[in-house]
Design a protein around this ligand. Structure first.
Ligand code: DX5
Ligand code: ZN
Length: 219
């Protein structure tokens, strides 16, 4: 698939999501952060708002579920028509069963890892998933500084995926900007979430293309 840019609407104007999603130009995915104030200390939106977004846009919606008990809640997002549903490894009770369920419902399945969660134990999961999300900040808020201690983990994730011969995307999320995207691309990430770097720019579509160009040059 190559390099993909996934703007996060966490930094958008929540009162005007339709227009905010319309500003994204040629972005590949729209990244939607679902937080439950239990898995992370913040509360955002849930399934009804995601359904409303899906009803208004033809874009591919990438749901990042920062919630407890994804085994119970994640399938609803796949049923609603999300293109990708990522649940957190730290929260899932039965990740293989859940990933299979998401795929059965027609979504891609992603597994997210907090910065301190090692990637190696998830090698066995690779045949069951479509994307590994390596968080590059502690999940919960937009606008945080990139944690460069995560770079070796991105590299190990890419090596694991290459060894497997499977087409599993490696996504990075948190503090991705023109300052940090090159290092992530060099380390092997291919899907880049950016919230404040896109919505903080006057020209959001231009910011997407600027990020894409930097990532392509360093992939
Ligand atoms: C944080 C979210 C991110 C967030 C990224 O927990 O998962 O998707 O929107 O925001 P920036 O790009 O501003 O770090
Ligand atoms: Zn996210």
């Amino acid at each position: 698939m190559g390099i993909q840019i996934a703007p996060s609407i966490l930094s958008a104007d929540f009162a005007d999501l339709d227009a905010e999603i319309g500003r994204l130009g040629d972005a590949d995915l729209v990244h939607v952060d679902v937080m439950d104030n239990h898995f992370v200390p913040n509360l955002t939106i849930g399934l009804p708002v995601v359904e409303a977004i899906l009803a208004r846009t033809d874009r591919r919606v990438d749901c990042h579920l920062m919630i407890e008990d994804p085994d119970r809640w994640a399938p609803g997002y796949a049923e609603a028509g999300a293109y990708n549903v990522t649940f957190h490894a730290e929260a899932a009770r039965a990740p293989v069963r859940l990933a299979r369920e998401l795929r059965r419902l027609g979504a891609r399945a992603g597994v997210g890892l907090r910065p301190a969660t090692p990637v190696e134990p998830f090698e066995v999961l690779l045949p069951e998933i479509d994307m590994l999300l390596v968080m590059t900040v502690e999940p919960g808020f937009g606008g945080q500084s990139f944690l460069d201690v995560c770079l070796p983990k991105i590299r190990r994730a890419r090596e694991m995926v290459s060894r497997s011969g499977l087409d599993v995307w490696v996504q990075v999320d948190g503090g991705i900007s023109t300052e940090t995207i090159e290092r992530c691309a060099e380390a092997g990430a291919d899907v880049f979430v950016a919230g404040s770097a896109v919505y903080g720019a006057e020209d959001a579509a231009g910011a997407v293309e600027q990020l894409r160009a930097l990532a392509i040059r360093h992939a």
